[in-house]
Design a protein around this ligand. Structure first.
Ligand code: FPP
Ligand code: MG
Ligand code: MG
Length: 337
């Protein structure tokens, strides 16, 4: 078993690593152009949980290399995944017409769509530059992940093809657009610390499941919470059917007829454009969904998946790193923002 002293030591080491990463994140995006520097730091400085960097650090605890050089590679890997994540948020907020991110004005509102997209590209360029220090195997892992990330977002934008189960489509989108980067975070940690391939695979498998749970929770919170630092109901507004919406749509209860009408298809309108829900319709649908049993059903599904994610860790050696990963399963389920 793990003593309290071991845990305290472990947490102090992880905290120091995270502080280093935090400082290096900002220097990594420094540019000789003032507007670019400011815009690139904007969403990083707005906050964020640094969930992906934390996973790189925890993943690295399962490899034999724990010297200063390995810590440097861990920091680089952590910065690469966070910059990639933040880059995808700059683009995502353009696509989702978002106005707030991490409680601050989103970059697209502050600097306009063109600059928000270009700053996202710049962050991606910075991540790619740092990535080259980590060697060809990590570059290959990263490239595969990036392919999935983009294709997941494309699949969400295009929507399910005819004959495809919307729930299968939704879960595939989540796996690709979110779980891929989270799985890469745990894997890259293991890789740069020299862990063997079975350990890398196990940690990636864990990250994949945790990532799915993370985004499922995010999508529930999009409906239920007013404290996310984002605008509630964004998925409804954008016509993205998330798990609670898909579950509610299965209802045959006549009391749900108004909700079902509101959740009805958005899509090609008569004029060829996309019929969007009005703000009043979004507000009404949010209100009805918040009271609907589909929320509890979705939460139960998330809890089952979190438990399954936790079981993937079983073969790993017991210790504070394994305990920290297991705890993340809980915090991802219980988070409200
Ligand atoms: C957030 O989803 C979006 C993603 C997880 C991935 C978006 C991917 C891209 C935009 C392609 C990547 C491109 C580059 C250059 C990195 P969400 O809208 O459901 O989450 P939210 O609630 O946080 O807005
Ligand atoms: Mg979004
Ligand atoms: Mg989006």
């Amino acid at each position: 078993s793990v003593s309290n002293v071991d845990i305290a030591d472990f947490e102090a080491v992880v905290r120091a690593q995270m502080e280093r990463i935090e400082a290096e994140l900002l220097t990594a995006v420094e540019a000789d152009n003032e507007v670019l520097s400011e815009a690139a730091k904007h969403i990083i400085e707005a906050g964020g949980k640094r969930f992906r960097p934390h996973l790189v650090v925890l993943g690295s605890k399962f490899g034999p290399l724990q010297d200063r050089a390995a810590e440097g590679r861990v920091a680089t890997g952590a910065i690469v995944v966070e910059l990639t994540h933040v880059a995808s948020l700059y683009h995502d907020d353009v696509m989702d017409d978002a106005t707030v991110r991490r409680g601050s004005q989103s970059a697209n509102v502050r600097w306009g769509n063109s600059l928000a997209i270009l700053v996202g590209d710049y962050l991606f360029a910075r991540a790619s530059d740092l990535l080259t220090d980590l060697g060809m195997d990590v570059v290959r892992t990263y490239a595969d992940m990036f392919n999935r990330l983009v294709r997941g977002q494309i699949a969400e934008t295009v929507g399910p093809a005819d004959g495809v189960d919307p729930l299968d489509h939704y879960l595939q989108v989540l796996a690709d657009k979110t779980a891929s980067l989270i799985a890469t975070s745990t894997r890259v940690g293991a890789m740069v610390a020299g862990a063997d391939v079975p350990t890398q695979d196990l940690l990636a498998d864990y990250g994949e499941q945790l990532g799915l749970v993370f985004q499922l929770s995010d999508d529930i919170i999009d409906i239920t919470s007013d404290e996310t630092g984002k605008t509630p109901g964004t998925d409804l507004r954008e016509g993205v059917d998330t798990l609670p919406i898909l579950l509610a749509k299965r209802s045959t209860d006549p009391a749900d007829s108004r909700l079902l009408e509101l959740l009805g298809p958005v899509g090609p309108a008569a004029d060829g454009g996309k019929r969007e829900r009005t703000e009043d319709e979004v507000a009404e649908a949010l209100d009805l969904l918040r009271k609907h049993p589909a929320i509890a059903e979705a939460r139960a599904d998330v809890e089952r998946r979190a438990e399954a994610a936790r079981r993937i860790l079983d073969p790993l050696p017991d210790g504070p790193a394994k305990a920290a990963l297991a705890d993340l399963c809980d915090s991802v389920v219980t988070r409200t923002s």
